[in-house]
Ligand binder design. Structure first.
Ligand code: IPM
Ligand code: MN
Length: 355
């Protein structure tokens, strides 16, 4: 079968790591007799430089007409250090989320036993951690209106809004994922303060009635931030609103000490986007040193969730695990005998073909 993949390398290390994921996907195509067609488009700072927009219409058109989107990273220090810049790369990301209706960001956080010593936490606390963090991505304070400044410029405001429909959609998705795992969902909110959080609780309780086997509990976000560090093993599926999810998913990502390894999927209304969770790491751009494993694992998630190619997804994941076991990894994981980004990508593609 043919699969059309929109490839958006973006900024910084994006192009280098994306290249390695393409090698893995191509190897899977060869092994299992699928045709993967890659079409490239611009996003982020490179898109601003060339077109003036961080998410140009041509990029939207390509994404929405593809079967899936493989995304690298966006962000450039020239914008971070310039608060006056009118157009910013991050706006491209938010526009992509809104325009493609990417309502759920799904991030698995699990330990790789051979990397357990990289965790900043004690081994006993993190060994066996297996969390699925689900963040609502197109609502809440990120997109609420009104937003802006008062006429005199001395007051600024953002609005947080959620509809029952938006909450139902994401809590249902969380319950569906939990059914394939240990059937536990933790809804994180701030219902002791926020009206939106109270609607989240009310709605989540109703959705849970349709999932009799699911145990659902509720936790305030400040408490969740603490418990994620103290007792990470007690969580299975976590579902939360946009801003809380932004913060907690970064927190969860460092538990296992393998930030460069974590993939994510942003589930869309028709097309979904797959990307590593790390950023554009501009200091490493062009040096062939960045860890490509998060992007390669995102390609595995793409095979699984967008194409329903479970076996193929497993083979990619397996090849990644083998590269870690063989210690054939980049400098962030092996200081004394590091391999380059492209060496790791080649090794994994070969491994896929030989498994
Ligand atoms: C993320 C990022 C974005 C967000 C930024 C770059 C707008 O931090 O994907 O988590 O806050 O959602
Ligand atoms: Mn973030």
């Amino acid at each position: 079968m043919n699969y059309n993949i929109a490839v958006l390398p973006g900024d910084g290390i994006g192009p280098e790591i994306i290249e390695q994921a393409k090698k893995a996907i191509t190897a899977v195509g060869k092994k299992f007799n699928h045709t993967f067609i890659f079409n490239h488009a611009l996003v982020g700072a490179v898109a601003i430089d060339k077109t003036g927009s961080p998410f140009p219409t041509e990029t939207y058109d390509l994404c929405s007409s593809s079967d899936a989107v493989l995304f690298g990273a966006i962000g450039d220090p020239k914008y971070d250090n310039n608060p006056a810049a009118k157009v910013r790369p991050e706006q491209g990301l938010l526009a992509m989320r809104k325009e493609l209706g990417l309502y759920a960001n799904v991030r698995p956080v699990a330990t790789f036993s051979s990397l357990i010593d990289k965790s900043p936490l004690k081994k006993e606390i993190v060994q066996g951690v297996d969390i699925l963090m689900i963040r609502e991505l197109t609502g809440g304070i990120y997109f609420g209106k009104p937003q802006g400044r008062s006429e005199d410029g001395n007051t600024a405001y953002d609005s947080c809004a959620y509809s029952r429909f938006e909450i139902e959609r994401i809590v249902k998705l969380a319950c569906e994922y939990a059914m394939k795992r240990s059937k536990k969902v933790t809804v994180v909110d701030k219902a002791n303060v926020l009206a939106t959080s109270r609607l989240w609780r009310e709605t989540a309780v109703n959705i849970a009635k349709d999932f009799k086997d699911i145990t659902m509990d509720f936790m305030f976000v400040d408490n969740a931030a603490m418990q994620l560090i103290q007792f990470p093993k007690k969580f299975d599926v976590i579902v939360t609103e946009n801003m809380f999810g932004d913060i907690l998913s970064d927190e969860a990502s460092v538990l296992t000490g393998s930030l460069g390894l974590l993939p994510s999927a942003s589930i869309g209304l028709s097309t979904s986007v797959f990307e590593p969770i790390h950023g554009s790491y501009p200091q490493a751009a062009g040096k062939n040193i960045a860890n490509p494993l998060g992007t390669i694992l995102s390609a595995s998630m793409m095979c699984d969730l967008a194409f329903n190619l479970k076996k193929e997804a497993g083979v990619i994941r397996n090849a990644v695990e083998k590269s870690i076991e063989a210690d054939y990894v980049t400098v962030d994981l092996n200081r004394s005998d590091p391999k380059s980004t492209s060496q790791v990508g080649d090794w994994i593609a070969d491994c896929i073909l030989s498994i």
